[in-house]
Design a protein around this ligand. Structure first.
Ligand SMILES: *[C@@H]1O[C@H](CO)[C@@H](O)[C@H](O)[C@H]1NC(C)=O
Length: 221
């Protein structure tokens, strides 16, 4: 049992990798709770804790996703978060929810969550959902009421209501604030804008086409 066998070395490597992977989600909290002081000017990773004496059950409570969100927008879908911004008690706990409502035909357009894996549970209706791996493989499926589908952390994904009635899902995230980058809005609606020549070259198209797409993503005045 002197020197370690290749199997033991592999095992050690795997354990090391597992520790590394589990340390790459939101960090574990070092105390019972740390209710976010959202008005503090202090900049840290997350939010500073408010005075423990001022903590109440309201800090852990929300009715913000009790009712369907309004879907009369460009894409016919609305994401309503139940995260640290609305439930300050979630600060440092590494978890949050959202509900997403979809009009018939509504699309939650391709986007990524840089800080979280997402698991959706279909509350009502039917959806076509999918995500893309870094090898550009599309993993997609149709899901209906009661079904669960997972979108791995950081990967581009979408959901579309292909039914004739409204649909909705409950989303769970392993981050107090998963963050969202919607590809269309990020690339074509940023401030200041990404230069036309960058986008034209990236998408192998003309500046005219880029300008046309950009016009669809201008912030509504
Ligand atoms: C969406 O519907 C609500 C309620 O009917 C209305 O107040 C709002 O102005 C509508 N928004 C748009 C963008 O049409």
């Amino acid at each position: 049992m002197g020197s370690s066998s290749p199997t033991q070395t592999l095992l050690l490597l795997l354990i090391g990798l597992t520790v590394f992977i589990s340390a790459s989600a939101d960090p574990d909290n070092l105390q019972d709770l740390c209710v976010a002081d959202l008005s503090s000017g202090i900049k840290i990773n997350g939010f500073p804790c408010k005075d423990a004496a001022a903590v109440t059950s309201a800090d852990f409570f929300s009715q913000g996703i009790a009712n369907p969100g309004l879907t009369n927008n460009t894409f016919g879908a609305l994401v309503t978060g139940a995260n640290v911004m609305t439930i300050p008690g979630l600060n440092t706990l590494g978890v949050s929810l959202a509900r997403i409502d979809y009009a018939p035909g509504g699309l939650n357009p391709p986007h990524t969550h840089p800080r979280a894996t997402e698991v959706v549970f279909v509350l009502e209706g039917e959806l076509d959902v999918g995500f893309l791996t870094t090898a550009n493989k599309l993993i997609s499926q149709s899901i209906k009421k009661g079904d669960v589908f997972a979108f791995p952390k950081g990967l581009v994904h979408f959901q579309k209501n292909n039914g004739r009635v409204p649909a909705s899902v409950l989303s769970a995230f392993n981050s107090q604030l998963p963050g969202t980058q919607s590809l269309g809005a990020t690339l074509f609606g940023s401030t200041p804008p990404v230069p036309d020549n960058i986008l034209a070259q990236a998408f192998q198209t003309s500046s005219g086409t880029v300008k046309h797409i950009k016009s669809k993503f201008q912030p509504k005045k």
